[in-house]
Design a protein around this ligand. Structure first.
Ligand SMILES: Cc1ncc(COP(=O)(O)O)c(C=O)c1O
Length: 457
C-alpha cells in the first residue's frame, strides 16, 4: 500500500445500520422539542453522531464471534482468563480489576487513595476523574505544559505534563500527594499525546518522592501511534512494545474499554501494589461484582479481549489517526478556527473565535453546535461556558475556551460521511455572522449541560 496516497478504511462493511435522513424542518421541530439541548434529541433524528467516541465504535466480526464464546460463570469464568491474558499482554501489571467502565475504576481507586487534605496532580483531569477525586474531598490539580492552553499553538506532544510544575508541587506538598496521574491521550486538552520522554521525566520526579504514578490510559493505542510517528527513535518500533514501555513507566492504570478497548462497555483498574489491590477489590465487590467479572458479562470480557488485539494493529491506527486529521485539515483549510494540532479522537472547533459577535455568556459553542445539527443533522458537543461556566456558589463566568468537539466513533463512519461533515461545517462557518446566542431557561444545580433547556436570543 506504500505506493498510494489514499489511506483507506482497513475493513469492509459486514452489517449495516440505516441512517434516517431528516429534513431541516424536521430537525427544527426536534430542536424545539428538545429545548435546544442536543443531549435531549432522539438519536434517530441525528444523521452523523459525533457526540462522543466512547462506546460508540463498531465491533469487528471477530469481536462478535468472541461474544458467542462468553462464559457467564459467576466465578473463574474462562472469559475472565481470556480477558486477563489480553490485558496483561500489553499492560503486565500484577493485579487487574475489571469494572463496568472507566469511572468505576476511578471511583474505587480514589475512594482508597483520596480524601480531604490530599491533592492529585494530572496533566489534565477528565471530568469524571476530577469529579471522583473531588467527591472524596481531595483536590484535583491540572498541570499541563503551557502550550496546551493555546488552541492555535502547535506542539508534537501537547498532552505532556509540566514536569517543573510537578517538581514544585512535590517539593512543597509531597506528603499530600497519594498518586500522580497522566492521561494518555489528554482528552480534555484536545486528544493530544504524551511522549515517552515526558512520562520518563514524570517517573523520575515521582521516584524522588516515592509517589506512585498511574496512567488514565483510555486512548493508549492512539497515544502509542503518535509516539511512533513523532518521537525520536520510536519510528521503527512495534506498537505493543511502545505500549509496554508506557506500562513499565507507571505503577498502575485506570481504563475505559469504551475507547481503545474497541468495545461498547467495560473498563479496568490495574496495579502492582498488593495491599492497594486488596483494598480496591473489597470495594469492587460492594458495587461492581466478584473480582473475575466486576460489573461485566462474560461476553463483554471476550469482546474487550479481542478488541485489545485489534486496536494495536498499525493499519487500523494509521487509518484512525489519519481520518481524524483529514477532517481537521479540511476544516482548517476552509479557514475555520480550531484546536491544533489535530488530536487523536476528535476535532475541536473554536466557536469563540468563529463567532466573536456572540459573547461567552450567550454561549457561542452552543450556538455553533445547534447550527451544525439544524443545517446538517450533525451532533457535536459544546465544551465551553455551558459546560464549565456555572460555579457552586451560583455565579457564572466565561469558561477558558468555547469549543465544539466533533468526536469520531471508531470504525463507524466512512470517508463520505466525513466529507459531508466538512461540507456542513463550511456552510455554517460561511454564515457565522447570522448565528445568534442562547439563554438558559432551566438548569439543574450541577452538570447543567446534560439537561438544561435553552431559548434562542
Ligand atoms: C480520559 C478519560 N478518562 C476517563 C473516562 C471515563 O470513562 P467512562 O466513560 O468509561 O466512565 C473518559 C471517558 O470519556 C475519558 O475520556
Amino acid at each position: 500500500m506504500e505506493r498510494w496516497k489514499t489511506i483507506i478504511e482497513p475493513f469492509r462493511i459486514h452489517s449495516v445500520e440505516p441512517i434516517r435522513l431528516t429534513t431541516r424542518e424536521e430537525r427544527e421541530r426536534a430542536l424545539k422539542a428538545a429545548g435546544w439541548n442536543l443531549f435531549n434529541l432522539h438519536a434517530d433524528d441525528v444523521i452523523i453522531d459525533l457526540l462522543t467516541d466512547s462506546g460508540t465504535g463498531a465491533m469487528s466480526r471477530d469481536q462478535w464471534a468472541a461474544v458467542q464464546h462468553g462464559d457467564e460463570s459467576y466465578a473463574g469464568s474462562p472469559s475472565w482468563f481470556t480477558f486477563l491474558e489480553s490485558v496483561r499482554e500489553l499492560w503486565p501489571y500484577k493485579h487487574v480489576i475489571p469494572t463496568h467502565q472507566g469511572r468505576a475504576a476511578e471511583r474505587i481507586l480514589f475512594s482508597v487513595l483520596g480524601g480531604p487534605g490530599k491533592v492529585v496532580p494530572n496533566n489534565t483531569h477528565f471530568d469524571t476523574t476530577r469529579a471522583n477525586v473531588e467527591a472524596t474531598g481531595a483536590e484535583a490539580l491540572d498541570l499541563p505544559i503551557p502550550e496546551a492552553l493555546h488552541p492555535a499553538t502547535v506542539h508534537p506532544f501537547k498532552g505532556n505534563m509540566d514536569v517543573t510544575a510537578l517538581e514544585r508541587l512535590l517539593d512543597e506538598r509531597a506528603e499530600e500527594v497519594p498518586v500522580v496521574f497522566v492521561t494518555i491521550t489528554n482528552n480534555s486538552g484536545g486528544g493530544q499525546p504524551v511522549s515517552l520522554r515526558n512520562l520518563r521525566a514524570v517517573r523520575t520526579v515521582c521516584d524522588r518522592h516515592a509517589i506512585p504514578l498511574f496512567l488514565d490510559a483510555c486512548r493508549f493505542a492512539e497515544n502509542a501511534w503518535f509516539i511512533k510517528l513523532r518521537e525520536e527513535g520510536q519510528g521503527g518500533r512495534a506498537i505493543p512494545d511502545i505500549v509496554r514501555d508506557m506500562a513499565s513507566l507507571a505503577d498502575g492504570m485506570t481504563m475505559s474499554a469504551k475507547k481503545d478497548g474497541l468495545a461498547n462497555i467495560g473498563g479496568w483498574l490495574a496495579m502492582n501494589d498488593d495491599q492497594l489491590a486488596e483494598q480496591c477489590r473489597n470495594l469492587l465487590i460492594l458495587t461492581e461484582g466478584f473480582p473475575t467479572y466486576g460489573g461485566l458479562a462474560g461476553r463483554d470480557l471476550e469482546a474487550i479481549a479481542q478488541g485489545l488485539r485489534e486496536v494495536v494493529d498499525e493499519d487500523y491506527l494509521r487509518y484512525r489517526i489519519r481520518s481524524t486529521e483529514y477532517l481537521g485539515d479540511a476544516i482548517d483549510a476552509a479557514g475555520v478556527p480550531l484546536v491544533k494540532p489535530i488530536g487523536g479522537h476528535a476535532v475541536y472547533l473554536d466557536a469563540r473565535a468563529l463567532l466573536p459577535h456572540i459573547p461567552p455568556l450567550e454561549y457561542p459553542g452552543h450556538a455553533l453546535s445547534v447550527a451544525l445539527y439544524r443545517e446538517g443533522g450533525i451532533r457535536g458537543t459544546e465544551i465551553g461556558t455551558v459546560m464549565f461556566g456555572r460555579h457552586p456558589d451560583g455565579t457564572e463566568t466565561p469558561a477558558a475556551m468555547d469549543l465544539v468537539r466533533l468526536a469520531i466513533p471508531r470504525r463507524t463512519y466512512t470517508q463520505s460521511h466525513v466529507d459531508y461533515v466538512i461540507e456542513v461545517v463550511r456552510f455554517v462557518a460561511e454564515r457565522a455572522a447570522q448565528l445568534r446566542g442562547f439563554r438558559i431557561v432551566e438548569e439543574p444545580p450541577r452538570l447543567r449541560h446534560f439537561t438544561a433547556k435553552f431559548e434562542p436570543l
